[in-house]
Design a protein around this ligand. Structure first.
Ligand code: B12
Length: 259
């Protein structure tokens, strides 16, 4: 099997477990990142970035604060991602390659808000999307309505390349932020510090001190800057899949993929 065939086989398997996007990053440029523990990347040559899309409808339940529905979907997405990362890691192991799944949403340092590694940085380097003005990963297909996970590996995979930022003059996320945390500044590649994009403490304080203690929420989440992103938002309530010629109603229609 060639390198390209093996890479395609790995991506197809991961998609089969429920991933909507899969990309491969070269680990070398990621060694600039602050990681925990500091030798986390040593011995690994590739980082596989995996994304699942979130249902658009869930964001329609959000107006000025996170909702209990969003909170549950957030937890479900994390569970799916952790399971897909687990399966991916074991699959590499069976192929004879050492690998490590990084949890989707585990914070290791609550003072500085750092995890083992930034999934956004990995996803960006794996070509899944760009770092948007909201500091999140924006994908052409689903905007920011994706959650991410990373699997580090020594498996020989073809690496993907980053894609160009497409935020342009859009400031919808900046305008929507209830604490005016988003500065609205663009980056050609990535912000050196998150403070460049975000008045970080405003965002973190609102999420941790206010939203996390709302009934039915229980986590530092928000969702407003995700909802505001126009990329990939093609489906609203009332949109119907195309009806196959001859069928009488949406009920007996064959859905056509909206990709
Ligand atoms: C701690 C944390 C928080 C904290 C701090 C956020 C932060 N920006 O650091 C708080 C509680 C405030 C928070 C808030 C939110 N979070 Co949060 N959070 C995390 C967590 C667990 C760790 C992030 C971390 O370590 N940050 C450290 C800093 C330095 O890194 P960074 O934020 O990624 O940004 C730097 C790098 O990405 C770098 N970079 C980018 N590309 C490259 C390339 C190279 C080569 C290099 C060297 C660097 C680099 O540029 C940035 C600036 O320095 C991650 C999960 C994870 N492991 O990544 C989720 C995560 C970032 N959160 C996520 C989300 C969705 C949110 C919220 C929308 C809340 C919600 N779920 O409703 C808000 C959005 C806030 C915002 N606009 O940024 C998602 C983002 C998904 C996406 N589409 O991008 C993640 C990835 C979780 C997941 N599994 O999907 N979060």
């Amino acid at each position: 099997m060639t390198l390209s065939e093996y890479t395609e086989r790995v991506k197809a398997r991961i998609a089969g477990w429920g991933a909507d996007l899969v990309g491969v990053a070269d680990v070398e440029p990621l060694t600039e990142l602050k990681v925990d523990p500091p030798d986390l990347l040593s011995g690994f040559t590739r980082a596989v970035s995996i994304a699942v899309q979130l249902p658009i409808s869930v964001f329609e339940t959000i107006s000025d604060r996170p909702t209990p529905i969003y909170s549950t979907i957030y937890q479900t997405a994390n569970r799916i991602l952790d399971e897909v990362a687990f399966r991916t890691s074991v699959a590499f192991q069976k192929d004879g390659f050492y690998s490590l799944p990084i949890p989707a949403s585990q914070v290791l340092d609550r003072e500085n808000w750092h995890a083992a590694i930034s999934h956004k940085a990995v996803a960006r380097m794996a070509g899944l999307g760009w770092q948007g003005k909201n500091l999140l990963l924006i994908t052409p297909q689903y905007g920011s309505r994706v959650r991410l996970v990373t699997v580090l590996t020594e498996a020989p995979l073809l690496a993907d390349a980053p894609v160009k930022n497409r935020c342009g003059n859009c400031t919808l996320c900046r305008d929507a932020c209830p604490v005016k945390a988003i500065r609205g500044v663009n980056t050609a590649d990535h912000y050196k510090e998150r403070e460049e994009a975000l008045r970080f403490s405003r965002c973190a304080e609102r999420l941790t001190n206010e939203y996390a203690s709302l009934p039915g929420i229980g986590a530092p989440i928000c969702g407003i800057c995700i909802k505001a992103c126009p990329f990939g938002r093609r489906m609203k309530k009332g949109d119907r899949p195309k009806i196959i010629e001859g069928s009488k109603s949406a009920a007996d229609a064959q859905p056509v993929p909206l990709m």
